[in-house]
Design a protein around this ligand. Structure first.
Ligand code: SAM
Length: 196
C-alpha cells in the first residue's frame, strides 16, 4: 500500500525508463508523505529484501515531516535550498555521491498559474545547482515542473549539464494539470573522444 497516489507516476516512469535498480543510491527531494521513497526503497533493494541483489540506499528530504519508512533515511523539516541541508545530505550519504536524484517537489500553489510555474522552475534550478555537490558523474535527475513560459530555461540548463534530456507527461498525472517531468541522464559525462 502506497502512502499517496503519486507513487503510480514514479512506477510508470520507472517501468518505461528504468532509472531505479538494485544497489543504486537515491536522494528523493520533496519526499513527504513518502510514496516515492517507498517505490525507491523497493526498487533499489534498500532493505536488502532480495538477498541476491545489491543493496541500495534512499534518502528522503522534505520541508514537512516524513513519517518513518523502513529502508529509508529521512531528513524532515529541511529546505533543499538551504545550504545547511546540503551539508546534512553529504553527511548522510553512505557513498560519496548519489546515482539518482528524484524531485517531486512543489511549492505551495497560490493558484496564480504563472507565479506557481516560475516558483517551481526556480526550485528546480536550485536543485540543479545542488547536483554539482551530490550527483555523481553519469548520474540521473528526474524533476517535476509545471509547464509554462520559463520551462525552456530549465530545459536549456539541463541540456548544458546532462547528455540526454527528455520531458515526460505520465498518464497518472491529471490531464488538466500542467505537471510534467524532466528526465535528465548522463550528468556531465564527457563525449568519448573521437578517433582519427
Ligand atoms: N513524492 C511525494 C510522495 O510520493 O509522497 C509527494 C511530494 S508533494 C507533491 C511535494 C513536496 O515538496 C511537499 O511535501 C513539499 O513540502 C515539498 N517541498 C516543497 N518545497 C520544498 C523545499 N524547498 N525543500 C524540500 N521540500 C520541499
Amino acid at each position: 500500500n502506497y502512502r499517496c497516489r503519486s507513487a503510480f507516476k514514479l512506477l510508470e516512469i520507472d517501468d518505461k525508463h528504468q532509472i531505479l535498480r538494485p544497489g543504486l543510491s537515491v536522494i528523493d527531494c520533496g519526499a513527504a508523505p513518502g510514496a516515492w521513497s517507498q517505490v525507491a526503497v523497493q526498487r533499489v533493494n534498500a532493505t536488502g529484501a532480495d538477498s541476491n541483489a545489491p543493496v541500495g540506499f534512499v534518502l528522503g528530504v522534505d520541508l514537512l515531516r516524513i513519517p518513518p519508512l523502513e529502508g529509508a533515511v529521512l531528513l524532515s523539516n529541511a529546505d533543499i535550498t538551504d545550504p545547511s541541508t546540503l551539508r546534512k545530505i553529504e553527511k548522510l550519504l553512505p557513498t560519496d555521491k548519489a546515482d539518482l536524484i528524484l524531485s517531486d517537489m512543489a511549492p505551495n500553489a497560490t493558484g496564480i498559474r504563472d507565479l506557481d510555474h516560475e516558483k517551481l522552475i526556480h526550485l528546480c534550478l536550485s536543485l540543479l545547482d545542488l547536483s554539482q555537490s551530490i550527483l555523481r558523474l553519469g548520474g540521473t535527475l528526474l524533476c517535476k515542473f509545471w509547464d509554462g513560459r520559463e520551462s525552456h530555461l530549465l530545459q536549456k540548463r539541463l541540456m548544458e549539464n546532462f547528455r540526454v534530456v527528455r520531458s515526460i507527461k505520465p498518464h497518472a498525472s491529471r490531464k488538466d494539470s500542467s505537471e510534467m517531468y524532466y528526465l535528465a541522464k548522463l550528468y556531465r559525462e564527457e563525449e568519448k573522444p573521437q578517433k582519427g
